[in-house]
Design a protein around this ligand. Structure first.
Ligand code: SAM
Length: 220
């Protein structure tokens, strides 16, 4: 069972997400376990302080190194990767997800406010990960993006894949092909027909596989 341990100051953000759909079922079937830990648990002063003002001045607060160091030390198991979310990190992609899906545990550090003390990036994190070239308010959405992408690669999480689909998606860095469902022809207005590609209606498995391979996307 793969464990996802999220370190955050807003664990409540994850409450409904973990209770819905495939993520909930995968946890029930003991294929994955997701736990959002409140960072304040590792801040032992009276006010459970997890942030402080930045050296050099500036607006906003920065998450302190000590509580995060303690949280990671308490949560770390074997075959773990410690991920720090930062917009300056390596851009997350399918290939990275495939690598992560082979691990026993991911520890996901979510920043907030003005970010985290850079010593976390330098000495604690194994990987600095960004989900895109934009600034979010915090790492929670990034954690959900990474967990959903990794979890669906774990055998059994998205149900029993048909052989055909499995063969294609097993490729590292392969993003799936487009899908269609009934009706075969949809007419949004008179004289206009939106059709399903013929090959998908052919029942010819090899041709369907080739079409899907061609229309998927391979990422580096
Ligand atoms: N200047 C800060 C930095 O460079 O880390 C940005 C702080 S941002 C407002 C607050 C937190 O949101 C970050 O510490 C990070 O954890 C998360 N975050 C923001 N944008 C992100 C992105 N594109 N990918 C992943 N995490 C992001």
């Amino acid at each position: 069972m793969m464990k996802f341990d999220i370190i955050t100051i807003f664990p409540g953000i994850f409450d409904s997400w973990v209770k819905e759909s495939i993520i909930a079922r995968a946890q029930k079937n003991k294929l994955i376990k997701i736990k959002a830990h409140n960072l304040r648990k590792w801040a032992k002063d009276r006010h459970q302080t997890v942030d402080d003002r930045p050296f050099g001045g500036g607006l906003g607060m920065v998450l302190k190194v000590k509580p995060i160091f303690k949280a990671v030390s308490a949560l770390k198991n074997r075959k773990t990767k410690i991920i720090l979310f930062t917009p300056r990190g390596k851009k997350f992609n399918q290939k990275m997800a495939s690598k992560f899906s082979k691990l026993d545990q991911l520890i996901l550090i979510c920043g907030r406010y003005e970010g985290v003390d850079e010593r976390i990036a330098k000495y604690i994190a194994d990987e600095k990960v960004s989900i895109g070239d934009y600034d979010l308010m915090g790492g929670a959405l990034a954690a959900m993006v990474v967990i959903e992408t990794v979890a669906r690669l774990i055998p059994g999480v998205i149900g029993k894949p048909q052989l055909l689909k499995e063969r294609i998606t097993k490729q590292k860095g392969f993003i799936e092909y487009p899908q269609y469902t009934r009706p075969e022809v949809f007419s949004p207005k008179k004289g206009v027909k939106w059709k399903v590609p013929k090959v998908l209606l052919s029942g010819h498995h090899k041709k369907i596989q080739d079409w899907r391979q061609k229309h998927g996307k391979v990422v580096e």
